[in-house]
Write a protein that binds this ligand. Structure first.
Ligand SMILES: NC(=O)c1ccc[n+]([C@@H]2O[C@H](COP(=O)([O-])OP(=O)(O)OC[C@H]3O[C@@H](n4cnc5c(N)ncnc54)[C@H](OP(=O)(O)O)[C@@H]3O)[C@@H](O)[C@H]2O)c1
Length: 252
């Protein structure tokens, strides 16, 4: 039987206080994982933690700014000390402080985007890999974007960070395979979250965006969770270095 069970697994999901990360955490907990949920705002995390516990799952919250490498390091050392193992890492947190053309972008916008979207996830994997290896191996999923393949208008810097994440996924997949750690990427298309708010607020922009999506609609955050469940469970045991595209056909 194909197994999607995550019983006895410890999973870390960044950016899990809302949107896609929250949906992923709720699903992984439903399938048995003890979810460590992280983001900057502890109160928002606690609300998700309570929701998981009310449904009978296991969860703990840890505040962590992904642009601060000291916090990234102590996130992993804290999990090691407290739980003694880590089997699953979902690098989901991201930011996009600059909605506009690249010609008007400041150095600060560039630095912030790449610090949170690429540097943080890179070092989170670097710090987590020894713990995952010591736990008998596991699975890492990086939440990239269709924009990592086809840049989004006015989202150039963000798109560059996601392209980097896709190559980072492949590079880590090769390096970590001998340690029994699989590394894959999920490439969501337009999904109804706060993050994509700029596209939903303006009806004309939204309608224009839908024209490029063959399924003719945007996704709910929950529609990304099943794909992550597949990638972190034994169901995908021979899959590493892959990009799973969930975009309603955007990249066809
Ligand atoms: N929505 C889409 O259309 C879409 C499409 C393609 C890819 N994606 C990707 O999907 C992932 C999730 O996005 P989403 O749409 O679910 O966004 P969202 O609803 O805005 O959620 C973003 C999450 O990241 C956390 N976060 C933001 N900055 C952070 C930082 N510096 N350190 C730690 N956590 C931080 C936020 O919590 P705090 O505020 O508490 O820190 C929140 O939990 C991102 O990687 C995004 O690039 C989204």
């Amino acid at each position: 039987m194909v197994s999607f069970s995550l019983k006895d697994k410890v999973a870390l999901i960044t950016g899990a206080s809302r949107g896609i990360g929250k949906a992923i955490a709720l699903t992984l907990a439903e399938y048995g994982a003890h979810c460590i949920i992280a983001s900057r705002k502890i109160d928002d995390l606690k609300a998700v933690e309570n929701k998981i516990k009310e449904a009978g799952g296991k969860a703990d919250s840890i505040a962590c700014h992904m642009g601060d490498l000291k916090q990234v390091e102590s996130l992993i050392s804290g999990i090691g000390n407290r739980f003694g193992k880590l089997n699953i890492l979902v690098n989901n947190a991201a930011t996009n402080p600059h909605f506009g053309g690249m010609l008007t972008a400041s150095e600060g916008m560039w630095d912030k985007t790449h610090a949170v979207n690429l540097k943080g996830p890179f070092f989170l994997i670097q710090k987590a890999a020894p713990l995952i290896e010591a736990s008998g191996g596991g699975s890492i999923v990086n939440i990239a974007s269709v924009n990592g393949v086809k840049p989004g208008l006015n989202r150039g810097i963000y798109s560059i960070s996601k392209a980097g994440m896709i190559l980072m996924t492949k590079a880590y997949a090769e390096e970590l395979a001998p340690k029994k750690i699989r590394v894959n990427a999920l490439l969501p298309g337009l999904t109804e979250t706060k993050f994509a708010g700029a596209l939903f607020q303006d009806e004309a922009i939204y309608k224009e965006a839908l024209k490029n999506i063959p399924l003719g609609r945007s996704a709910k955050p929950e529609e990304m969770a099943g794909a992550v469940l597949y990638l972190v469970s034994e169901a995908s045991s021979f899959t590493t270095g892959a990009c799973l595209i969930c975009d309603g056909g955007r990249l066809i």
